[in-house]
Design a protein around this ligand. Structure first.
Ligand code: 5GP
Length: 127
């Protein structure tokens, strides 16, 4: 695990049950819950229960069981929301902001799953 992980971050507090969340799915190694400030009609955050800051760190350091569980949890959320285009859903965007340049506000790995309306271009063109 990273020595720089801040266990006072808001998602660590959610995992410890110290603050409430609107849970969509909980598995052995993962938790999915609704974003408190949704940016689309569907806006779910999926986090691993382990203390990982970024997807890159998770991909290199997590166990195979954690990685499989997390990946399957993301798929299950998409199926639950009915947004999976392979099953006739309208599609979605998955974003994982990482670090300073990725403008990550909460330093615990999370993917945003956004859906329910056309989401526009991926990024605003840099000035
Ligand atoms: P980031 O910028 O780190 O990728 O996104 C962090 C996300 O966490 C934001 O979309 C923000 O609305 C969400 N968030 C921050 N605090 C809370 C909270 O206490 N509960 C929930 N459900 N979401 C939160």
């Amino acid at each position: 695990m990273s020595q720089s992980y801040d266990d006072q971050n808001i998602f660590a507090k959610i995992l410890r049950g110290e603050i409430p969340n609107d849970t969509v799915l909980e598995t052995e190694h993962s938790l999915a819950f609704r974003d408190i400030q949704p940016q689309a009609p569907e806006h779910v955050l999926v986090i691993p229960k382990g203390a990982y800051v970024s997807y890159g760190q998770f991909a290199q350091e997590a166990s195979e069981a954690e990685i499989v569980d997390y990946t399957r949890a993301i798929g299950e959320v998409c199926a639950m929301l009915g947004i999976e285009p392979a099953r006739g859903g309208g599609g979605f965007r998955m974003i994982s902001n990482s670090g300073r340049d990725g403008v990550q506000e909460v330093p615990h790995l999370h993917v945003h799953i956004l859906a329910g309306r056309p989401l526009g271009r991926m990024l605003a063109r840099a000035e």
